[in-house]
Design a protein around this ligand. Structure first.
Ligand code: DOR
Ligand code: ZN
Length: 358
């Protein structure tokens, strides 16, 4: 029985760090495990210009340094935020290309307007951003997509499939060169679409969509801390996701979508979407891969396939994980000022923990 593994240090290819006090409180949970992270731009107001991205990166770096200085993080911690810009109907192709050429951004994020948290400034019609997408294809800039359509007549469980049929598949045909990530894929339809495409279409997967189905959220009481977007799906979808993650297919890789909200805003009549999973993502994944007898596939999913797609080097550091006899315990929540952010509950014991990053 394997009870210790060493892998290339992972990266997180989809992360929400927020700003201000929240940023200061959550950045350590990601920086202690992940060498790099693609940082989502859905702040209020959103990160739209090269200057916005530069300023936000500086705030993340300052928060990381502060966490090191206050001994929340190991002194040797290295954490690089990979910035993104938020695509709007008015986005300026010249600024996006210049931000990419300057190395300030690694991707551009498309939120369909109204799809999720802070998406009000998102794209209302893909045709409006075609000139920007053409420039991105020409300059090899990655497009990250929140893949859900938002029309009110479309059932929430069918929104990913609707997006693939109505937006993604036609776009894929119009711009075959564009590098696209279908973020936080949740359905068999999404996985099968990516599998049917060339290597410049990829998908990130979250630990919660790999581990849980919609019953976990809705049977025996409604659990607001499992509410996220795209919403948890049926078990048969989860199985397809897990098979793809375990398969070693380079087009699938980890994006935690760790998305902190304070408990009072989630445990509310109209609760916010988002799961704060950064503290236990690596334990969750090691457990899942081990349970499937596929620990040897973990490194590809967390540490190799992402850099391969983003055309970046793999990390020169390693992470060691160990399996204990007793379940590992995690704090139930972290403090953010006077409020708490509840940590993802994997709903099953986890025996793996990170013992070293070096
Ligand atoms: O659950 C989610 N939370 N899905 C998203 O797409 C956004 C995120 C957030 O920012 O809270
Ligand atoms: Zn997200």
């Amino acid at each position: 029985m394997t009870n210790r593994i060493e892998i290339v240090q992972p990266d997180d290819w989809h992360l929400h760090l927020r700003d201000g006090d929240m940023l200061s409180s959550v950045v350590g949970a990601s920086a202690q495990h992940f060498r790099r992270a693609i940082i989502m731009p859905n702040l209020v107001p959103p990160v739209v210009t090269q200057a916005d991205a530069q300023n936000y990166a500086s705030r993340i770096e300052a928060a990381t340094k502060q966490a090191i200085d206050s001994n929340m993080l190991h002194a040797d911690t290295r954490f690089t935020p990979l910035m993104t810009l938020y695509l709007t109907d008015e986005s300026d192709a010249t600024d996006i290309v210049s931000a990419s050429k300057a190395g300030v951004i690694k991707a551009v994020k498309l939120y369909p307007a109204g799809a999720t948290t802070n998406s009000a400034s998102g794209v209302t019609d893909i045709d409006k951003v075609m000139p920007v997408l053409e420039a991105m294809a020409e300059h090899n800039i990655v497009l990250c997509m929140h893949g859900e359509i938002t029309r009110s007549d479309v059932d929430i469980f069918d929104r990913e499939k609707g997006f693939i049929d109505e937006v993604l598949a036609p776009l894929r045909e119009r711009l075959p060169e564009l590098r696209i990530v279908l973020e936080h894929v949740t359905t068999a339809d999404g996985v099968e679409f990516v599998q049917s495409q060339a290597s410049n279409t990829a998908a990130t997967m979250t630990p919660h969509h790999l581990l849980l189905n919609r019953n976990n959220m809705l049977v025996g009481g409604i659990r607001p801390h499992y509410y996220c977007l795209p919403i948890l799906k049926r078990e048969e979808h989860r199985q397809v996701l897990l098979d793809a993650a375990l398969s070693g297919d380079k087009r699938f890789f980890l994006g935690t979508d760790s998305a902190p909200h304070t408990a009072n805003t989630k445990e509310a009549p109209c609760g916010c979407a988002g799961v704060f999973n950064a503290p236990n993502t690596m334990s969750t994944l090691a457990q899942l891969f081990d349970d499937a007898d596929a620990l040897s596939m973990l490194e590809g999913f967390t540490s190799r396939n992402g850099p391969n797609f983003y055309q970046l080097p793999i990390n020169d550091s390693t992470m060691t994980l160990e399996k204990s006899e007793q379940p590992v315990s995690f704090p139930e929540s972290i403090q953010v000022g006077a409020e708490k952010v509840v940590v993802f509950d994997p709903a099953q014991p986890l025996f793996w923990r990170v013992v070293e990053v070096a």
